[in-house]
Design a protein. Structure first.
Length: 164
C-alpha cells in the first residue's frame, strides 16, 4: 500500500509542478502585456510629437498653407493619434482582463494540485507510522515468544545467580 501511495505522491508532485509552470507562464504573459501597454503609450506620444514636428516643419517650408488649414490638419492628426491610442488601450485592456482570468484559473488549478499532493503526503506519512508501529509490535512479540520458549530451568538458574 505504501508503494502505491508513493507512486500517487510522485504523480501528484509532477502534476503540481506542471501547474506551477503554467502559472509562471501566465504571470509572464501578464508582465509582457503590461510592458506592451507601456510601450504603446510611449509610441503614441512619440507619434504625436513626430506628427506635430512634421507639421511645423511643413508650415515653415510652405508659405501657401494657410493658418486655418494648418490648425485643422493638426487637430485631425491629434484626433487620429488619440483614436489609435485609445483603441490600442481598449484592446490591451481586454487582453489583460482575459489573461488575468486565465491566470486566476491556472492559480486555482495549481492550488488544488498542491492540496492533493499534500493530502497524499499526509497519507504516506501516516501509513509509514502505522507500518513502523506494526514492526515494533512484531519485534516485541517475537522477543516475548523467544523468551517464553526458553526452558524454565535456564530461567530459574539465571534467577538463582542474581540472588547469590
Amino acid at each position: 500500500m505504501i508503494k502505491a501511495l508513493k507512486r500517487v505522491l510522485r504523480v501528484r508532485a509532477l502534476e503540481e509542478e506542471q501547474c506551477r509552470l503554467e502559472l509562471d507562464e501566465a504571470a509572464t504573459s501578464l508582465r509582457l502585456l503590461e510592458q506592451a501597454s507601456i510601450q504603446a503609450k510611449l509610441d503614441g506620444r512619440e507619434s504625436r510629437e513626430r506628427s506635430f514636428k512634421n507639421l511645423e516643419e511643413a508650415d515653415g517650408r510652405q508659405e501657401e498653407i494657410s493658418a486655418g488649414c494648418s490648425s485643422q490638419l493638426g487637430r485631425l492628426i491629434e484626433e487620429a493619434c488619440w483614436l489609435r491610442s485609445t483603441e490600442q488601450r481598449r484592446l490591451l485592456e481586454a487582453k489583460r482582463v482575459g489573461l488575468e482570468l486565465q491566470r486566476a484559473m491556472v492559480e486555482e488549478r495549481f492550488l488544488v494540485r498542491r492540496r492533493e499532493r499534500m493530502q497524499v503526503e499526509t497519507l504516506v506519512k501516516s501509513a509509514l507510522a502505522i507500518e513502523r508501529a506494526q514492526q515494533d509490535r512484531d519485534q516485541q512479540r517475537h522477543l516475548d515468544d523467544w523468551f517464553q520458549s526458553r526452558p524454565k530451568e535456564i530461567l530459574q538458574k539465571g534467577g538463582d545467580r542474581k540472588r547469590r
